[in-house]
Design a protein around this ligand. Sequence first.
Ligand SMILES: Nc1ncnc2c1ncn2[C@@H]1O[C@H](COP(=O)(O)OP(=O)(O)OP(=O)(O)O)[C@@H](O)[C@H]1O
Ligand SMILES: Nc1nc2c(c(=O)[nH]1)N=C(CO)CN2
Ligand SMILES: [Mg+2]
Length: 388
Amino acid sequence: MNTLLGVDTMGPVRCYIGLGANIGDSRATIAEALKRLNELPNLTVDTVAPLYRSAPIGYTEQNYFINTVAEVSTTLTPRQLLTALQQIENDLGRVRVMRWGPRTVDLDILLYGEQTILEPELQVPHPRMTQRAFVMVPLADLNPGLVIDGQKAQLLARRLAEEQEIYAEQRRYKDVVKKMNCNYSLYLVTDRAILEGRDLYHAVEAALQGGVTLVQLREKHTSSRDFYQIALGLKDLTCKYQVPLLINDRLDIALAVDADGIHIGQEDLPLQVVREMLGPQKIVGYSVANIEEAVYGERNGADYLGAGPVYATQTKSTPIEPLGVEGLRSIKEAVSIPVVGIGGINVRNVSQVRRSGVDGISVVSAILGSFNPANASRELYTAWHKKD
Ligand SMILES: Nc1ncnc2c1ncn2[C@@H]1O[C@H](COP(=O)(O)OP(=O)(O)OP(=O)(O)O)[C@@H](O)[C@H]1O
Ligand SMILES: Nc1nc2c(c(=O)[nH]1)N=C(CO)CN2
Ligand SMILES: [Mg+2]
């Protein structure tokens, strides 16, 4: 605790949370638990270690576990944090049957700053953590030099990993963090036709410099080989600016370049199939034009919805009746996942769109139709963030 002019001021405290699951789709449950953790008002998930598969410790007649550790900062007190973790466990269907038994998800406070807590309901540092490879190995990934009970995390992790069965999961969990922090506010969808021969990479890079937060590569009449090559090039760019790259429609291309996700429409592969094939850690977006499609999207695994057209546009060959801001608002209110508006959005109507409550705007021509995509993006960014 810092003391400033005799007043106690508490900044956020760095904590480590252990996550474990061995019933149902453990990876998906852990991803969901992390998302809910990050959504707590007084807590931010800063980093998540890779996932590990580990043999059950304690009671051994149960499935292998998926385990990881999250580094978080929070202004919650230890007790409040414990209550919040237990709430998430319960909401995700945890039923306590036996000690050390199978569970849909387990969230333990491993460390709370430097504090030691010895209460009947809460002991911190977690009393068994230094005996558990499934805790120490991911913890050492996050903070190898951390000292617990006078011992370095990395040394403890190495020693424990020799005695206890633990495997690194191939599925990369950095994706989960990326997905969790995905910012939908200024979402660029590409269209090379609008560029009229200007260089796509050049335009996208300018847009990224101008503040675009998400990029979707959309190609209409391109060979698979060219699509793949363009996607690889864009991936380098989006990585440089730490912005997710999504691929329109083509699951094969999304997989081939290990994109951050895919965006599909009503006529593309079924949503559940795409989700199943890409796994829980990738972003799946779904185009909707009405409430029914939106609710369907939310129930069948979409991470966000692209709702539109908000205004009349020439991008689609068959014109659809625009939703208008009210239609957009009704879609946003019908679901709890992020919604981005698309179709005819430009710097003049952006604040109107924002007032519908959506999470972002998706644009094609407002950026790529401009000879200065950096400026166009900057203006949209400013307009979106302007308080009225
Ligand atoms: N650091 C801690 N983090 C979470 N729960 C704790 C902690 N210390 C004590 N507890 C208490 O442990 C009780 C049992 O928790 P739970 O059923 O999740 O145990 P467990 O995860 O199966 O076992 P273990 O504690 O060995 O990991 C909780 O009700 C909680 O009050
Ligand atoms: N491998 C593994 N074994 C366990 C785990 C766990 O998360 N992973 N959790 C337990 C109780 O917290 C008991 N045993
Ligand atoms: Mg527990």
